[in-house]
Design a binder for this molecule. Structure first.
Ligand code: ATP
Ligand code: MG
Length: 307
């Protein structure tokens, strides 16, 4: 039995994608042709780099579906999706991101449609739909936490999760709901060994003129490649390492999240353990680093459960 390369769930026929998953991602049910060679990607991206509205450290391209020909193309502007190839220094990063996003989705988080695709030369890449473009391709305003806290991109690690939470309280139109989602993301990222949630990986999106927490993005297990990386990119309770349940509880208390709401969030994550482990054991896409990922997650669960 095959697995869908978007949602990673089983698929009855030998097609590699659910029609419904392609529809959610691209608005069409037929698999679009990815008319891009991984070797051409770098030169095409550098042509567009100055004009690109999306930053970040990893190589990425803005792409768009040419609906008439059902081809995904790199575009200098008006890109509706982000394409991330596999970096040579981080093997299987596309699979890593897709797996982590699917685990987040399984926990009920707000995850944009995304999936894995093969380029002409059979190299894999990860594609995610942009949440800062509406159905007509018009721009939706987004501010990341570096912008909201008045810091430059160079200072994206020089802050704390308390400050991010305080900014959510200050600017969000639904601060309490967003704070719970924020805490859930922070604990989930701890769980998967994502030590790179800096200020630019949290954003608020403008809906009808007021802000709320944007959908999730950039969830990867960075610890798979960087075993000695800090556990958290931003400090929590003054710490970046040796984190435990009490640090997350302190963050919640600091942000005046009710004890009961925090407990519900923790319970939800703890109660999802069997689900996540089953998913990892199934290893739907033969991810080579699956045992390592499972080990990280089990060790992190221990720290969340042991108080
Ligand atoms: N689905 C999306 N819709 C809209 N904007 C997005 C989406 N995903 C990412 N972005 C924006 O693009 C930027 C770069 O994306 P992302 O963080 O995934 O890339 P990265 O290069 O892996 O980042 P980093 O520099 O954190 O390693 C993000 O900071 C965010 O502003
Ligand atoms: Mg990022």
């Amino acid at each position: 039995m095959e697995h869908c390369l978007c949602c990673l769930k089983k698929i009855e026929d030998d097609f590699s994608y659910h029609k419904s998953c392609l529809k959610k991602l691209f608005g069409v049910e037929k698999l679009p042709f990815l008319n891009i060679k991984s070797t051409e990607l770098i030169s095409k991206i550098s042509e567009n780099i100055g004009r690109m509205s999306i930053s970040g450290v990893q190589i990425k391209a803005l792409v768009k579906l040419n609906k008439k020909e059902n081809i995904i193309e790199i575009v200098p502007s008006g890109g509706t999706h982000i394409l991330k190839p596999e970096p040579s220094e981080y093997p299987e990063l596309p699979q890593n991101e897709n797996i982590c996003m699917n685990m987040a989705e399984a926990l009920g988080m707000n995850v944009p449609p995304n999936g894995l695709f093969y380029m002409i030369d059979q190299k894999i890449c990860y594609i995610i739909r942009r949440f800062d473009r509406d159905a007509a391709g018009q721009k939706i305003h987004v501010e990341d936490m570096a912008q909201l806290l008045g810091l430059s991109s160079d200072s994206k690690y020089e802050s704390s999760l308390e400050k991010v939470g305080a900014a959510i309280l200050k600017y969000s139109r639904i601060p309490y709901l967003d704070l719970i989602d924020f805490l859930e993301r922070v604990i989930f990222c701890f769980l998967i060994g994502n030590g790179d949630m800096h200020l630019k990986n949290f954003s608020l999106i403008s809906i009808d003129g007021s802000y709320q927490l944007s959908p999730c993005y950039d969830f990867v297990s960075s610890k798979l490649y960087l075993p000695r990386e800090d556990e958290s990119a931003l400090t929590i309770n003054g710490k970046r390492n040796k984190l435990s349940l009490s640090d997350f509880a302190r963050l919640a208390t600091y942000l005046r999240v009710e004890e009961k709401s925090f407990q519900n969030t923790i319970n939800k994550i703890i109660n999802s353990k069997a689900l996540l482990i089953r998913f990892l054991d199934e290893n739907p896409i033969g991810f080579k680093r699956i045992d390592h990922l499972k080990k990280i997650i089990l060790e992190r669960y221990k720290r969340l459960e042991s108080e």
